[in-house]
Design a protein around this ligand. Structure first.
Ligand SMILES: *[C@@H]1O[C@H](CO)[C@@H](O)[C@H](O)[C@H]1NC(C)=O
Ligand SMILES: *[C@@H]1O[C@H](CO)[C@@H](O)[C@H](O)[C@H]1NC(C)=O
Ligand SMILES: *[C@@H]1O[C@H](CO)[C@@H](O)[C@H](O)[C@H]1NC(C)=O
Ligand SMILES: *[C@@H]1O[C@H](CO)[C@@H](O)[C@H](O)[C@H]1NC(C)=O
Length: 741
């Protein structure tokens, strides 16, 4: 007997497997990562058209109107892949010439980027574009299946940015356009402006051009609040933005996040603040991410209101990113409307104070505040006195607000900290939907876009939890706009290269009851009878769902996982794969029911040696073990029956006996070399452990890799055999094809 070398190489790990999840409290890891090839999205794009960054839902017409570069599209709201019609709007040759003459780039900047799309009272639409650095607006109609732009053209100055790369915000209320943008070519005159529709001759109302009002701002979003507790004049418009801080004593410019508001009834002052807001007040928004020194910068906000509750119960959800270049943390903070409102109506003001000759610092104003309160709307209380409109406001009040529009205190988020923090691609857009779960409770589900084209679906329910991240755009593209249609129950997402439509619920991604329940998705439940994870809204059956992740209601046995048969030839390596359903699960491999000491996540390598009574055949199972607050749950992901392939073994035997004894000795030597190589490789792998960890933190997707690799699970490792090993018949040791150094 020639005892052949025997080795079983359990625990040989591939690089991905080394990327153990680094459990930082600031990095909430998505439970599931969905690659773009299985995102179930509907897609729209048109050859040669880019920058799909304006969107208007027309649920009344079943249309999604999309504004891109030099074009607008009307898409079927049910399926955006179906284009109904489109209309072009290019900058005129003269405008392009002027734009070029002023030193702008013909191919990028001197085009017409559609930035504003609003619905008007009569059902027409109001569209504005950058128009080769000469912003313009037009009305647009939709009739007989066609979009048509209407003349005359309005001046777009102060409504739409000149520069397509500059951020802006706008909202249309009863045909009145509130816009926040820069109103000059250089982009140096930021304004929040109202362009009244009914009486355009009376002219716009806007902010003062003063750094204490707006200082290099980045406008993010706007929202209107009915706010009509007492009367109509108390309605307000809120603006979210970031700007350079005036109030910090720093050597370098520091960004801060703000919310500002104006009253809808504001007509400006009589002499002071003529045609300027008399009600412009702003306050800082705090989103205190633990361990960070610098304020976080707001990127988007979403107004969420429960229709059955008072407007003061509305909540603003906002995404934030770090202004430090070394941090990759993004956060979501939520603010109560009542907290914001209270700050503006009762809070103290900040005031500039010169400390030394030219040095200004901002301090709490502790002097006497004039009456009526600066920045207050003209509500019934004021109307009862002599003051009927803002034109009647006394100079003292107006002077005060002109100098001191900044509130003293920052607005703190609900709970005093972020609802969610995540490390990786920066958050961009956010929308929030309330879903009633089967336990009767309502959960607010956040859909968050990133600058790498992923959409995160997250919950805040005592703790933060990201149900999944879905790759929507490949190559990765920044998510620039996010909309939700209540009528269709669908999400629409825009980027520079395309528009995508997806359903908020994709329950079929879970194939087992544990997976379905542990995903804690209020949209999904497990149908015991059908044996499927289904959408709660589309099912009549009794479903299993538990928002705490208590999966004890799931049937004990779980689905029967039929073993897959794998043959292993004597002396060869076999790789068994196990696609984990969850990034939060741990994998455990068992052989004949006994757990193996190492459970690599990327696949188990088995090397056979039949002649040593230790042939490693048997039943292998891979289990995923996932913890939730309610317990720890084990599911069989895959079973394998590994058998020794006698036929091939026989052939090998025959071949080796046909050769001389020395052939066998060569084989032994080769095996020994292999063993050494494998062990060395293992050691080397340990050393390059760290870079892998970093890749993981950058938000790469082990799950995706696992899923893809799982498909060729049965392929025995072959190829890349080092030259010296290619001797007779089966090379005894072969390297895997998927190894990346
Ligand atoms: C428009 O899209 C193109 C193509 O993706 C991109 O390179 C460019 O930066 C975008 N322009 C703006 C203004 O967003
Ligand atoms: C959506 O429309 C496209 C183009 O007409 C079609 O190919 C596709 O099957 C439709 N998808 C659905 C889900 O209706
Ligand atoms: C492999 O070992 C098992 C027991 O561990 C034995 O039942 C089986 O017959 C062996 N197979 C071969 C081909 O040696
Ligand atoms: C989970 O559900 C089971 C079955 O209803 C229940 O007995 C158990 O107490 C629950 N566990 C937790 C931690 O809520």
């Amino acid at each position: 007997m020639h005892p052949l070398l025997s080795l079983s190489v359990f625990g040989l790990l591939l690089p991905q497997a080394l990327m153990r999840v680094v459990d930082s409290p600031l990095n909430c890891i998505p439970r599931r990562s969905v690659p773009s090839n299985s995102n179930n999205a509907l897609l729209f794009w048109e050859e040669g058209v880019f920058n799909y960054s304006a969107m208007l839902l027309r649920e009344d017409l079943d249309l999604l109107v999309v504004g891109a570069r030099e074009a607008m599209f009307a898409l079927d709201l049910r399926n955006i892949s179906k284009k109904i019609t489109s209309v072009e709007w290019k900058a005129s040759p003269k405008q392009v010439r002027d734009c070029k003459r002023k030193g702008k780039d013909a191919e990028t900047e001197c085009k017409n980027y559609i930035r504003i799309l609003h619905e008007m009272v009569d059902g027409k639409m109001y569209v504005c574009g950058t128009n080769a650095f000469d912003p313009a607006c037009k009305k647009m109609s939709y009739a007989d299946g066609n979009l048509a732009l209407m003349e005359p053209e309005d001046d777009g100055k102060g409504k739409c940015p000149f520069d397509p790369f500059q951020r802006h915000a706008s909202i249309m209320i009863k045909n009145d356009l509130y816009s926040a943008t820069s109103m000059n070519f250089l982009g140096s005159e930021p304004v929040l402006m109202l362009s009244p529709y009914v009486n355009p001759l009376s002219g716009p109302i806007r902010t003062e051009i003063k750094t204490s009002w707006l200082y290099d701002p980045n406008f993010v979003s706007m929202a209107s609040m009915p706010d009509s507790e007492k009367d109509d004049n108390d309605d307000k418009v809120y603006l979210f933005f970031s700007e350079t801080a005036v109030e910090f004593n720093c050597y370098s410019k520091l960004g801060v996040s703000r919310v500002a508001r104006v009253c809808k009834g504001d007509e400006g002052g009589q002499r002071t603040l003529q045609k300027k807001w008399t009600s412009f007040l702003k306050a800082s928004l705090d989103c205190p991410v633990p361990g960070s020194q610098l304020p976080y910068i707001i990127q988007d906000s979403y107004r969420w209101c429960d229709p059955s509750l008072h407007w003061k119960e509305c909540v603003f959800y906002a995404t934030f990113t770090s202004q430090s270049h070394t941090s990759e943390i993004s956060a979501v903070c939520a603010y109560r409307m009542s907290d914001i409102s209270k700050q503006f109506s009762e809070g103290k003001y900040k005031t500039p104070a010169s400390v030394e000759t030219s040095y200004i610092t901002w301090v709490t104003f502790s002097g006497e505040v004039p009456e009526p309160r600066p920045g207050a709307c003209i509500n019934r209380e004021a109307t009862n006195s002599e003051i009927k409109t803002t034109l009647d406001l006394p100079d003292k009040t107006l002077q005060f607000i002109r100098e001191k529009p900044l509130m003293d205190q920052a607005i703190e988020p609900i709970g005093g900290r972020p609802l969610l923090t995540h490390k990786g691609a920066a958050f961009t857009q956010i929308i929030v939907k309330q879903v009633q779960a089967l336990d009767g409770e309502k959960y607010n589900v956040m859909f968050i876009g990133t600058d790498q084209g992923k959409l995160l679906k997250a919950l805040h329910n005592e703790e933060m939890f990201i149900i999944e991240e879905v790759q929507l755009f490949t190559p990765p593209q920044k998510i620039k706009i996010l909309k939700f249609s209540n009528k269709m129950g669908q999400i629409y997402v825009g980027s520079d290269i395309s528009v995508v439509q997806i359903s908020p619920a994709n329950c079929e991604r879970s194939s087992t009851c544990f997976d379905c329940v542990l995903s804690r998705d209020p949209y999904c439940g497990w149908d015991k009878v059908e044996g499927k994870c289904v959408s709660v809204s589309s099912s009549q059956s009794v479903l299993i769902q538990d928002m705490k992740g208590n999966a004890s209601h799931c049937p004990d046995a779980g689905p029967v996982v039929e073993p897959l048969t794998r043959n292993i030839k004597p002396g060869r390596i076999l790789k068994l794969r196990c696609p984990s359903p969850s990034n939060l699960a741990k994998l455990i491999w068992k052989r004949n029911g006994i757990p193996l000491p190492h459970s690599p996540e990327d696949g188990l390598l088995i090397l056979d040696d039949s002649d040593n009574n230790n042939n490693n055949s048997g039943k292998y199972s891979c289990l995923s073990v996932e913890k939730s607050k309610a317990g720890e749950y084990e599911t069989i992901v895959v079973n394998y029956e590994v058998i020794i392939s006698l036929e091939n073994g026989g052939v090998t035997q025959a071949q080796s006996s046909g050769e001389s004894h020395s052939g066998l000795i060569v084989a032994i030597v080769v095996l020994a070399v292999c063993l050494v190589l494998l062990l060395t490789w293992r050691v080397v792998k340990r050393h390059i452990n760290l870079p892998c960890d970093r890749t993981k933190e950058k938000g790469e997707e082990p799950q995706q890799t696992r899923d893809l690799e799982a498909k060729d699970a049965s392929v025995p490792l072959a190829a890349e055999t080092p030259n010296k090993h290619t001797n007779a018949g089966d090379a005894p040791c072969q390297r895997g094809p998927t190894r990346k150094e």
